[in-house]
Every structure is written in structure tokens, then in C-alpha cells.
Design a protein around this ligand. Structure first.
Ligand code: GTQ
Length: 359
């Protein structure tokens, strides 16, 4: 370095050091990272094989009760976001275990939650005074600020995937929570009441009073797998598979046609045996839970001219995450059904949603 350049570098370094106590930093040192040409997420592709996770979950059942833990959950923590309890920059995911006879006590919080039942039937979740019995593949919503508790009156352990917008609410500093006075909230409606009111493509004559007046969260809180699975099977009879997605449907808010929750979207798709999908990418990072079948997800992204490739060979009850703007191709060696959720409603609401379907 010539002396002029080294003098400039020294003067800059002195400026940075002198102004740091005044809480001032030079934008020009970080501009390209702050305003990147395209997303370069610290979130990494990651895979959780169920055979590996399940024994740890069962061990957690030996060391702590659901009551003591409040929620006995193993967090699916992204290896690129260690210490943040996050699976993507905006979303949290975990696998929750509830053993026969246990109760996870009632509380409420501003974070929105979804459950996707992975193993076992006969546990229940109670939301807003109504219980729903859980079966594998059921998609269940816990809207922001609604009382909820879980219990297991069956003879088997029940395990489900929790998806919450915890990192989003943390970023917005809008988290509130409180415990209910008793372990369980009173049940005030019979099971199935919610589905009768909102699950038949019909709605009560006046439902504004009981539903979220902003329509931000679906008034329907349980979407049975049987129905969703049947819809995919019927789709398949009448139309060819989409080259990128196979047969894919989104869960909706029946009162608005919009997303089921204000922050989290959810999807169910079937990849027919032999499906070899084309690549797509999207700004919303997505978490996948495999329900049926075996297949492969191939993820790629370009880093400084190199292609980083990650391949996941998936089977039932495995979980994986496709971070923002990674190219992803899905294929299936036998009929496969995948549930997924993402922060798509946030991207859409802010005008930031981008997606590409590649050749
Ligand atoms: O079931 O209420 O996985 O509050 C994390 C936080 C589940 C729940 C989680 C929660 C819950």
C-alpha cells in the first residue's frame, strides 16, 4: 500500500474507533451486505430423520413430565441459526410429545401456532373452549391470544410438529403471554362444533362476533387429514401433475379465502410415484413434514460462483427445511404426501413475495 492509501485507511480506522462510543458506524463498510443483490440466508438446508429424533423425544419423556415442562418439545434448530430456537429467520418448529394421561397446561400468547400430527392418535388440543381429537396428518391452528391446552387420553404417545411465528414476534417485540388459572380451560362446546360451523363450505349467519373480527386467522381450527388427503387423491384423477409441485393445495381461511393465519401459510401436496419435479425457488423459507412415501429433495444455491448442493432422501415423519431463495426439486420413488408451512403471508402482505419456476 502506498503511503497515501495507508494514511487514508488509518484515518478511517481512527474515525470508526472514535465514533463507536457515540453509537455511530460507517454504512459504506456494510452496504452490500445490508442491501444484498439477492437473499443469502444464514438459514441452512437441514434434515431431521425421524428414526434419529424419536429416541431423543422418548428420552425427554423419561426426564420431564409435560406438566413440568409446560410444553415438552424438542426444537428443530437450524444449524445456521444456533441459539435462536429458529428453523428459519421468521419461524420456529419443534416436535412435541405428550404421553398417555398427561396434560400440557392451558396458556395463551400472541404467537400464532400450528400443529401437524406426526405420530399417534387420540390426544386432544383444546382451543377457545372446544376440543379436537388429533389424528396423524391433521392440521390444527392455535390463533394468536387464544387459550390452549393439550392432553392425551389415549394409550399411546402422541407426537406432533409445532410451527410458530416466535422469531417474527420476537423481532417485532410484540410478545405477550399468560397462564390460565387452571391446568385446563373449561370445554364449552362439543367436539366438531367448529367444523360444523366453518368446515362445510358454509358459515354461521352472523359469525363476526365469535370469529376474529379482522379475519386474520381462520375461524376453522382443525383440518382433518382424511379430507385433505382425499382432495389430493381426487385432483390426481382429473389432471396431470404440476411439473414443479405435483398436486399441491394450500389450506385456507374459509371466511376470507386467504391464508389460515396472518403469519404462517400451510400446504399439502402429493408427489405421484416416479415424479421427477422441476426446480423452483421462493423468498419464503418452508418447513416440510413427510406424511407418506419416500422421495428426494435436492436443494441448491449459488455462492460466489459455486453451486452448493444438498440432497435429502426422505421417508415418513422426516422433517426438512428449504431456506429462502434456494432452488429445490422434489422427486418421489413411490406416492408421497408432504405437508409444509412457510411465512408466505408476511411476504405477500409486505409486497416482498417472489417465486420462480425454473426449467
Ligand atoms: O403448544 O403452546 O412448541 O407455546 C412452543 C411454544 C408449543 C404450545 C411450542 C408453545 C407451544
Amino acid at each position: 500500500m502506498d503511503t497515501t492509501a495507508s494514511r487514508a485507511a488509518e484515518e478511517r480506522a481512527r474515525l470508526y474507533a472514535d465514533m463507536a462510543p457515540a453509537n455511530l458506524t460507517p454504512l459504506w463498510e456494510s452496504l452490500h451486505a445490508l442491501v444484498p443483490k439477492e437473499p443469502r440466508s444464514p438459514c441452512l438446508p437441514a434434515f431431521w430423520r425421524y428414526d434419529e429424533v424419536r429416541p431423543f423425544l422418548m428420552r425427554s419423556g423419561e426426564v420431564i413430565t409435560a406438566e413440568e415442562a409446560v410444553r415438552r418439545v424438542l426444537v428443530l434448530e437450524n444449524p445456521g441459526l444456533r441459539g435462536q430456537s429458529a428453523i428459519t429467520q421468521t419461524l420456529y418448529a419443534g416436535l412435541q410429545l405428550i404421553l398417555p394421561g398427561e396434560v400440557a397446561p392451558s396458556h395463551r400468547h400472541t404467537q400464532t401456532a400450528l400443529r401437524f400430527v406426526v405420530e399417534g392418535a387420540g390426544a386432544f388440543t383444546a382451543v377457545n373452549g372446544e376440543r379436537t381429537t388429533m389424528h396423524p396428518g391433521d392440521f390444527i391452528i392455535t390463533p394468536s391470544w387464544t387459550w390452549h391446552d393439550h392432553g392425551n387420553e389415549s394409550r399411546n404417545p402422541v407426537i406432533w410438529l409445532d410451527g410458530l411465528d416466535i422469531p417474527t414476534v420476537r423481532m417485532l417485540d410484540s410478545g405477550f403471554a399468560e397462564n390460565y388459572a387452571a391446568a385446563q380451560q373449561p370445554v364449552v362446546r362439543s367436539e366438531g362444533s367448529n367444523f360444523a360451523r366453518f368446515g362445510a363450505n358454509m358459515a354461521p349467519m352472523a359469525h363476526d362476533a365469535e370469529a376474529d373480527p379482522h379475519g386474520a386467522t381462520s375461524p376453522l381450527f382443525a383440518y382433518p387429514y382424511e379430507r385433505s388427503r382425499d382432495a389430493l387423491a381426487r385432483l390426481r384423477r382429473d389432471a396431470p401433475a404440476d411439473p414443479w409441485d405435483g398436486f399441491k393445495l394450500r389450506y385456507l381461511n374459509p371466511a376470507t379465502g386467504g391464508w389460515p393465519t396472518p403469519t404462517i401459510a400451510a400446504f399439502l401436496q402429493m408427489l405421484p410415484a416416479g415424479f421427477d419435479g422441476k426446480a423452483w425457488r421462493q423468498t419464503d423459507g418452508a418447513v416440510f413434514s413427510v406424511v407418506e412415501g419416500h422421495g428426494r429433495a435436492t436443494l441448491e444455491r449459488d455462492v460466489d460462483g459455486d453451486v452448493q448442493r444438498t440432497v435429502f432422501e426422505f421417508g415418513p415423519r422426516d422433517h426438512f427445511v428449504v431456506p429462502s431463495w434456494h432452488r429445490c426439486r422434489l422427486s418421489a420413488s413411490e406416492d408421497a404426501v408432504l405437508f409444509s408451512f412457510s411465512d408466505r403471508p408476511i411476504h405477500a402482505a409486505l409486497g416482498l413475495l417472489r417465486e420462480e419456476r425454473l426449467g
